[in-house]
Structure formats: C-alpha cells, structure tokens
Design a protein around this ligand. Structure first.
Ligand SMILES: NC(=O)c1ccc[n+]([C@@H]2O[C@H](COP(=O)([O-])OP(=O)(O)OC[C@H]3O[C@@H](n4cnc5c(N)ncnc54)[C@H](O)[C@@H]3O)[C@@H](O)[C@H]2O)c1
Length: 358
C-alpha cells in the first residue's frame, strides 16, 4: 500500500501565493515548501540584489563561482517544481502591477530587501529603495485585491534586547539603517491595514541559516572557512547570544501563518526560540573540523546585543513547533556544505583569504 502523506502535507491546496523577492535564500526555500503543500506559487524577483546578477559586482571572484553554483541550484529546484519566476524589479510600480494582475494572488509575501544589516549601513539609499519602495508598491497593488499580505520584518527592530528574551510587545529601538527600515516597514503595513482594511501579518525572523544561503552571515562564514582550512573569526568574546533559526523551521512557520486565519492583524516572532552563544556555534563547527582554530576580533558596536525571541504566541495561535536546535540544524547544514564542495571544483578555492563576519 502507498504510504499516505501526513494531514498537513497538502494543507495549502487552492492558495495562490506570490512571493515578491522570492528567488532569494528564504524565498526559494519557502516557494518549495508552499508548493509541496499544494499551493500555486509565483515569484517576482529582479535577481539583482544578493542574487545571480549582483555576484559580478558585489562579491570577490572566488566567492562568485561558489555562490553562482548555489543560486543556479535554487533556480534549478524552482524550475523542476514548475514554479514560475517573473524577473522584474518590484520598485517599478507598473511592472509589479502587471504581475499582480496576471498571477492574481490571494496571498502575497514581501521578501524583497537589502537583507543584511552591515550592507544596509554602508548603502542606506539603496536599502531604502529596494526595501521600502518595493514594499509600498506591493502594498498598493495588494489593497482591495488580496486576502492576506505577509511582511518579513526582522529581530533587528528590537535593537539591543533589554531582557534575555523578547516577545512581540517588547519595545522597539532599532540600531542602524536596517532595523529602522524594517520598523518603518511594519508601520506602513499596519497603516495599509488601518486605511484600506488590508489583512496583514508581520513576521520577525532571526539569524536564519541553511541550504543555498549566500548572504555571508556568521554561521555560513564559519563553515566556509572551515572547509578551506581557515580560522573561525568571532567578533567579541563569543558569549553574545543569537536566536539561530534553521530554514526548515522558518518556512514551516510561514506556511502556518498563511494557513491560519488567526494570524491576520498580528505580529509574530518566528525563530527557533532559544538564543545560543556564538561560541556554541563555533564549538559545533569545530567538532566537525577539529583542526580549525578560533580567533577573536573586536565587536561591531552597530550590531545590537540580542538573545531569545519568545515564540509562545506563534506556538499557541498557529501551532508552530520548531524542531531544529542548533545541535541538529548546523550538522545538517555542514553535511550539505560538504556535498556542495564536492560538486564544486575545489581547485577554484585555493588561495582564498578568510573574511571576517559582517
Ligand atoms: N535571512 C535572515 O536571517 C533574515 C532575518 C530577518 C529578516 N530577514 C528578511 O527576510 C527577507 C528575505 O531575506 P533573504 O535572507 O531571503 O534575503 P536575500 O537577499 O537572499 O533575498 C532577497 C531577494 O529579494 C530580491 N530583491 C531585492 N530587491 C528587489 C527588487 N527591487 N525587486 C525585485 N526583487 C528584489 C533579491 O534579488 C533577492 O533575491 C528580507 O526582507 C530580509 O530582510 C531575513
């Protein structure tokens, strides 16, 4: 007898979901998850920001080859699943309108952004343009036309955590451009809800990691450096805690936001729900690469001091149950990276210098 899928497996049949900025790290993994649950998924993405077309001007040449491989694997997976990508810039209102009209979504997820705090601080104008203009265009196309608008905000809206863990009611005092633009984005989404009755949900993720991420956040850099035989570089003393979240937990959380009516009008932390010290992540990586050393550099004062994001609201209202503590997620990620490097021509990696965390 053929095994039956679990009840949740096809829980989004009948949904038409447009992911704006959906060819990025989160977006393509989310598209595959939603498609697997039976939704019709479409993507609008310029491939221009932290993606295929930016690899020639934003990254060192050696990274470009490795990251091109990852991005091409994203595109191949999306193609194999039959998920269309409409290659267009969401800053262009009329181009975006065309895709809204043609795809006719009932649900929109806004992911397009400059999704990196230190890159945002280096280029505020570009950050505001890609993050805020795209958001407002998507909101304006969505009002009166879609049933649900989901905005990906960030844990960075909280700024320095004043307690070890924060829930969604904690004060928001962002530090730097990225968090400020995210908090402004949340306010704009809420305003569209007030003025146009647009049903919305705001989601605050934290420190996602997993397959085919090219954003060069700390976990990714640890693993790449280890695979190249280079030191791990920790900024600060390593005791600082971050709520690292494996991509599979996160995309399942978003699927629940889409499925559950109760998510509308709400803000959710969607993370693993447990801050972990940077040193603990370094220890996990080192346990897989015992020959690698760790060294420390001064901490970047513009990075907020964070910790745990409480996820009890998502658990009780949505039935969210994250299942990847870093002790499970990072070994899985490392195993994927080892296979990726086998596919990649290792000779292309020779002579690369380690890069510090951003
Ligand atoms: N990855 C994380 O840890 C994390 C944490 C908190 C919040 N977020 C937020 O989640 C969202 C997705 O993050 P990600 O990690 O997938 O980032 P990403 O950089 O991998 O993906 C962003 C995608 O948006 C596209 N994009 C940007 N500007 C665009 C425009 N004007 N028109 C069309 N497409 C455009 C890019 O080409 C890219 O494919 C972002 O809003 C980010 O700020 C991410």
């Amino acid at each position: 007898m053929t095994p039956q899928p679990p009840p949740s497996a096809r829980d989004l049949v009948g949904k038409r979901i447009l992911l704006v900025g959906g060819a990025g790290f989160i977006g393509h993994n989310l598209a595959l998850e939603l498609h697997g649950r039976g939704a019709e998924v479409g993507i609008v993405d310029s491939l221009h920001v932290n993606n295929l077309l930016s690899l020639h001007d934003e990254s060192a040449p050696a990274e470009r080859d490795l990251y091109s491989l990852m991005v091409n694997e994203r595109l191949a997976l999306l193609k194999a699943a039959g998920i269309p990508i409409f290659v267009d810039d969401a800053r262009d209102y009329h181009r975006l309108s065309k895709h809204f009209s043609m795809f006719d979504p009932d649900t929109v997820v806004l992911l397009a952004a400059v999704s990196h705090a230190s890159r945002a601080n280096k280029d505020p104008m570009r950050t505001l343009d890609h993050s805020f203009r795209s958001l407002e265009n998507a909101l304006d196309n969505a009002r009166g036309n879609v049933e649900h608008f989901i905005f990906l905000s960030s844990s960075m809206v909280y700024g320095d955590f004043v307690t070890d863990s924060v829930d969604e009611l904690a004060p928001c005092n962002p530090l730097g451009i990225y968090g400020a633009v995210k908090l402004g984005g949340e306010k704009l989404v809420i305003a569209y809800g007030q003025v146009f009755d647009l049903p919305y949900t705001i989601v605050r993720p934290s420190a996602l990691y997993g397959e085919r991420c090219i954003s060069r956040r700390v976990g990714q850099i640890f693993i790449e450096n280890s695979l190249r035989g280079k030191d791990l570089v920790i900024q600060g003393d390593g005791l600082e805690k971050i709520d690292f979240t494996y991509i599979q937990d996160f995309v399942e959380g978003i699927a629940l936001v889409i499925r559950e009516e109760k998510s509308k009008g709400e803000i959710f932390n969607i993370t693993y729900g447990q801050g972990e010290a940077l040193q603990t992540v370094a220890d996990i990586v080192q346990s897989e690469f015992p020959e690698i050393s760790v060294r420390h550099e001064p901490r970047n004062s513009l990075v907020p001091e964070r910790g745990t994001l409480e996820v009890s609201k998502a658990k009780s209202l949505l039935g969210y149950e994250p299942s990847f503590p870093i002790s499970a997620g990072f070994p899985k990620y490392i195993s994927w990276y080892r296979q990726l490097f086998e596919r990649f021509d290792s000779s292309a990696l020779k002579g690369i210098e380690p890069q510090s965390n951003e």
